[in-house]
Design a protein around this ligand. Structure first.
Ligand code: AMP
Length: 217
């Protein structure tokens, strides 16, 4: 299985990608996590990336493709779930060409759509572990001990780009750049839409059912 999840920031791509990977034995490739890891490690690429991420701007396509390419190639035989990538039409076209040449095209693109009011509430409560990058929500998906990561006991933080003014910019950017990406995948086929407005558990059930039905077809 080689999948991509599309959806605005906060639509649950990261949480659901983790569950999809656990269920089907795939590797989760989150472009946001990959970039944040580079940023925190202070690598040369991380230094270039930092300003874009902290201001809610997209990282330029060539830099983004450079960061993702080797990871995708190394996982082509294992199976993967792309989360947050591709995010522009040139990224989608280049990815499509690359996977075609490797003879392993995406076999499912899931488009997450979510009610805008539910989206605003999700951002206000989202917290992440600065070390293992696990995502929580203070009410929707809380850790066992408030404010502390279940995996490593680190204190949870709010991402700098989850602050309201940055969120507004990220959602605006998403709507502008993703319309052609969604149209591109819709005409290629293997494209399904899922409403991810419900609770994490409800959405997981919907998503896993949709994937099973797609691969049984
Ligand atoms: P995310 O965790 O997916 O919301 O991504 C956080 C930030 O990383 C975004 O606001 C962008 O600055 C950057 N980013 C993640 N994925 C991409 C991508 N495919 N193309 C460009 N920038 C990206």
């Amino acid at each position: 299985m080689r999948m991509a999840l599309l959806g605005p920031p906060g639509s649950g791509k990261g949480t659901q990608a983790t569950r999809i990977c656990e269920t089907f034995g795939l590797v989760h490739l989150s472009s946001g996590d990959i970039l944040r890891t580079e940023k925190m490690a202070g690598t040369p690429a991380g230094f270039k990336i930092r300003d874009f991420i902290d201001n809610g701007l997209l990282v330029p396509d060539d830099l983004m493709l450079q960061v993702m390419r080797s990871k995708i190639i190394s996982l082509k035989d294992v199976g993967f779930v792309l989360d947050g990538f591709p995010r522009t039409l040139p990224q989608a076209q280049t990815l499509n060409q690359m996977l075609f040449e490797l003879n392993c095209p995406l076999n499912l693109v899931l488009n997450f759509v979510v009610n805008p009011k539910a989206l605003a509430m999700r951002f206000a409560g989202r917290r992440i572990c600065p070390v293992c990058l696990t995502v929580y929500h203070v009410t929707g998906n809380p850790p066992q001990v408030a404010g502390v990561c279940d995996n490593d006991g680190e204190t949870l933080i709010t991402r700098e780009d989850d602050l309201p003014e940055v969120v507004e910019k990220r959602i605006g950017t998403y709507q502008e750049t993703m319309a052609p990406v969604i149209a591109f995948y819709a005409q290629l086929g293997n494209f399904k839409t899922v409403d991810t407005t419900g609770s994490v558990e409800e959405v997981t059930k919907l998503v896993l059912d949709k994937i099973r039905r797609h691969f049984d077809e």
